[in-house]
Ligand binder design. Structure first.
Ligand code: TRP
Length: 356
């Protein structure tokens, strides 16, 4: 019996560090749930890290980050027998497709993309120093998505416009050369960004992020988690992410909506102490992290496992990408241009009665 094919989904991250609680509630939980009913590709977008970190010493950190990131995803329960994990830079067809798609996107369109400006700012890159690579970031991302002919792309809000550009690439391509690419849809995470802990200079009101130094990592030991969570405060300065204090956002994400509402009432009434609230959150977070931590240690001890997972997936991604690229080249006439040259060369060799 032929199994009805599942919708194709593609998502992933730049390898900029180990994954944290913000990733867990913002995207990893979702990936675990979606893997059953979708054919999933998870990209490790190392080419995209080059857009803001092209220096050799910066790229030197990437192999370690790649390993941590894949290990984290396996530890939370993403099953490599269901999901194709792959290394972007090891799929050459993606570079080719990106060049072809660049012909279809007006430069002015890319100059409007706000996320690129904030990435440039975060990398201390002035407008004048903005590279072609960073400007074309969404086009490369479109190549990732379209090469897999994915229709569902789970991303954060900051990537919404990139997916709109991928759609535009697909529809312009289809219009010019015939239907090849299904139009991808962004699937924006329902959970709001998790605030960071107050260990970094940004404090706990900012979004949890590795670069702000305010993250609780999936691999952090319990004592470290407790110390970090104890910095969460319940004051107005904490409410930069919305109208709720960081402490309550943690309670909602890890204890529950109703419990968070109770906690707020009790804190406001003074019937619960801040220390008790920290203990409640610490217990809930550690209950989530304990099995992840345990699996992470077992998987990390299986030498070469993470690497093999990535190699297997990349080989599969190459097949898929080569197939799509061949169809795109065909549709554009590039393939027949080359094969025409080859055919004429072969005919000449034959007439000459000497092989080419
Ligand atoms: N842009 C994503 C990020 O913010 C990473 C990424 C690259 C991606 N290619 C993708 C996400 C394709 C989804 C689909 O890190």
């Amino acid at each position: 019996m032929v199994e009805a094919s599942k919708p194709r989904l593609l998502t992933g991250d730049r390898p900029t560090g180990a994954l944290h609680l913000g990733h867990l509630v913002g995207s990893l939980d979702n990936r675990v749930a979606l893997q059953h009913d979708h054919e999933c590709f998870i990209i490790v977008a190392d080419l995209h890290t080059l857009t803001t970190r092209p220096r050799k010493h910066e790229f030197g950190e990437v192999p370690g980050f790649v390993r941590e990131m894949v290990l984290d995803q396996l530890a939370v329960g993403i099953d490599p027998s269901k999901v194709t994990f792959y290394l972007q830079s090891a799929v050459p067809a993606v570079y080719d497709l990106a060049v072809l798609l660049q012909m279809l996107v007006p430069k002015a369109r890319l100059e409007q993309v706000k996320s690129l400006r904030s990435m440039a700012r975060a990398a201390a890159m002035s407008d004048d120093a903005m590279t072609m690579g960073l400007l074309a970031y969404p086009v490369l991302q479109a190549a990732d998505i379209l090469m897999a002919r994915a229709t569902i792309v789970p991303v954060g809000l900051d990537n919404e416009e990139h997916i709109a550009i991928a759609r535009e690439c697909a529809s312009v391509f289809n219009e010019l050369y015939g239907d090849l690419f299904p139009l991808p849809d962004a699937m924006i995470s329902r959970s709001p960004a998790l605030p960071g802990v107050a260990t970094g200079p940004a404090g706990s009101g900012a979004k949890m992020s590795k670069s702000l130094g305010n993250a609780v990592y999936l691999g952090d030991p319990p004592e470290r988690v407790r110390e970090k969570l104890a910095t969460l405060t319940y004051d107005a300065g904490d409410r930069r992410l919305g109208d709720e204090a960081a402490l309550l956002m943690f309670a909602r994400a890890f204890v529950g909506d109703a419990e968070a509402a109770d906690l707020r009432r009790e804190l406001d009434a003074g019937s619960t102490s801040l220390a008790a609230a920290h203990a409640l959150i610490d217990e809930a977070v550690n209950a989530r992290l304990a099995p992840i931590r345990e699996r992470r240690a077992v998987l990390a001890g299986d030498v070469g496992l993470v690497e093999e997972t990535l190699v297997d997936g990349t080989i599969r991604a190459r097949e898929v990408a080569n197939h799509t690229l061949a169809r795109a080249r065909d549709a554009m006439g590039l393939e027949s241009l080359w094969s025409g040259l080859v055919a004429a060369t072969e005919a000449r060799a034959k007439a000459r009665r000497r092989p080419y």
